[in-house]
Design a protein around this ligand. Structure first.
Ligand code: ATP
Ligand code: MG
Length: 427
């Protein structure tokens, strides 16, 4: 590009991360060439965001690099900017969010251009807005959340005026779309080794109060539990992210967790897994932790009940979440005992009858034995399962049928009363 007479600079996160000695997969370039000129210069290009001046250029290895024409913002409304091309490199750097993100590198001359002293802030570990912090946050409220994420990920502090502007932004963050907010939380969960440093700032700045009310006063103990769970990537392991969200919402209860994720437009899959984990934690976390803190595993029938409630395929996720919460709590629970709990639960879950499908009788058997189809039959199966979970040797066809028919006849009078009452109401 420079051969063709255009300026071309590496910019943004890749320069920042390279100066910190961190790996960064894709290099973004800023250029004086227009998008049309960029498309003419390279053989393989993709128009990823022509209206913002961005062309994707594929390198020899098929990796895409974003090449963006120098631009400056002519108008902003708190999230969307109207950009104009034909700007200079300095103008282009001035519209960037933080000094550490506003360093340019010329790969041919091997020269840095750093008009906002981003290198000094990198060396000192400071996230600082480019220019007037208050004004920059007003232009784009997302920057408040980005500052918090960068500070946590790089283990930097936030410069005082920038922090004041973040706190001042909190009431205005509701302008951001729920999708953007969720994306910032996702990135925090995915990229930050100790998310509590970010989440604690979401709380103290008022960002949670504005955006995720259920977490407005989330306790430190819960934030520490998120830290205890491993970082998802890269490559991103979605279950790990889901677990971190389950830990974050574990103090809210299942209902609030579900509403919160729905409001953030999380996927149905994510909502289902997180909500079920939060619900099971609320049901069993305390009592199971009490047992472990006293140095023993819960008794076998309790473990079978726990495995049945959590579900065969979620035992591991549940134990990870519970271990993170116990770990960050005030009680001392030996890690070896938690590992034994995990092994025993897995063995139980895959050996013992803990689902209705595992019973030695099914609905057809019960119908043939004279029990009418309907909700009562479902309740009967659930009742038989409880009886079998208490003692798995009871899972014998003849014994179960005998119990079922005996109960059916015993409850006959009550059912007749039910029917009478219903008729009375209808008539
Ligand atoms: P990450 O590793 O999270 O991708 P990044 O610095 O590459 O970090 P991007 O969101 O990919 O972040 O943006 C690339 C660059 O574009 C940033 O380094 C910054 O210079 C600029 N930038 C991105 N978003 C904004 C914004 N909201 N306001 C101002 N500048 C921004
Ligand atoms: Mg990037």
């Amino acid at each position: 590009m420079q051969d063709a007479g255009f300026e071309a600079w590496c910019v943004g996160g890749a320069v920042r991360d390279a100066l910190l000695g961190l790996a960064h997969l894709d290099w973004d370039l800023a250029t004086s060439a227009t998008p049309q000129e960029v498309r003419k210069l390279f053989r393989r290009t993709i128009p990823v965001g022509i209206e913002f001046g961005t062309v994707g250029v594929l390198d020899r290895d098929g990796r895409m690099h974003e090449v963006t024409t120098f631009r400056h913002d002519v108008k902003t409304d708190g999230r969307h900017a109207v950009v104009q091309f034909g700007a200079s490199l300095d103008e282009d750097l001035a519209r960037r969010d933080f000094t550490i993100n506003a360093i340019a590198y010329d790969p041919i001359a091997r020269r840095l251009h750093d008009p906002f002293a981003g290198q000094v802030d990198l060396a000192r570990g400071i996230v600082r807005a480019v220019g007037d912090a208050e004004a920059r946050m007003r232009e784009d409220r997302l920057r408040a959340l980005r500052a918090i994420r960068f500070a946590a990920r790089l283990e930097f502090t936030i410069e005082a005026a920038t922090w004041v502007a973040i706190v001042g932004s909190a009431p205005h963050l509701t302008r951001l779309s729920p999708e953007r907010v969720k994306q910032e939380l996702d990135k925090t969960m995915e990229q930050v080794r100790y998310p509590s440093t970010a989440l604690e700032r979401w709380r103290t700045s008022g960002a949670f109060a504005s955006l995720v009310p259920a977490l407005a006063s989330v306790p430190d103990e819960v934030l520490k539990a998120v830290d205890a769970l491993p970082m998802p990537g890269p490559p991103t392991r979605p279950l790990r992210r889901v677990l971190r969200f389950a830990a974050l919402l574990s103090g809210c209860g299942a209902k609030a967790a579900e509403r919160t994720l729905r409001d953030l437009r999380a996927s149905n899959q994510e909502i289902a897994v997180v909500t079920s984990l939060v619900d099971r934690w609320a049901q069993h976390g305390q009592s199971c932790g009490d047992m472990l803190a006293s140095g023993v595993l819960p008794p076998a029938p309790e473990l079978r009940r726990l495995a049945a409630s959590v579900g065969r395929l979620r035992v591991t996720a549940f134990v990870r979440l519970a271990a993170a919460r116990w770990h960050s709590g005030s009680r001392v629970i030996a890690p070896a005992l938690v590992r034994r709990l995990h092994r025993t639960l897995i063995a139980t879950a895959f050996r013992d009858p803990i689902e209705i499908a595992d019973l030695a009788v099914d609905g057809d058997d019960l119908r043939r034995a004279g029990i009418a189809a309907g909700p009562a039959l479902g309740r009967m199966l659930a009742h038989l399962l409880e009886w079998v979970i208490a003692d798995p040797t009871r899972n014998q066809r003849d014994a179960l049928l005998a119990i079922a028919t005996a109960e059916w006849h015993e409850t006959r009078d009550a059912r007749i009363d039910d029917v009478r009452r219903e008729r009375g109401m209808n008539g």
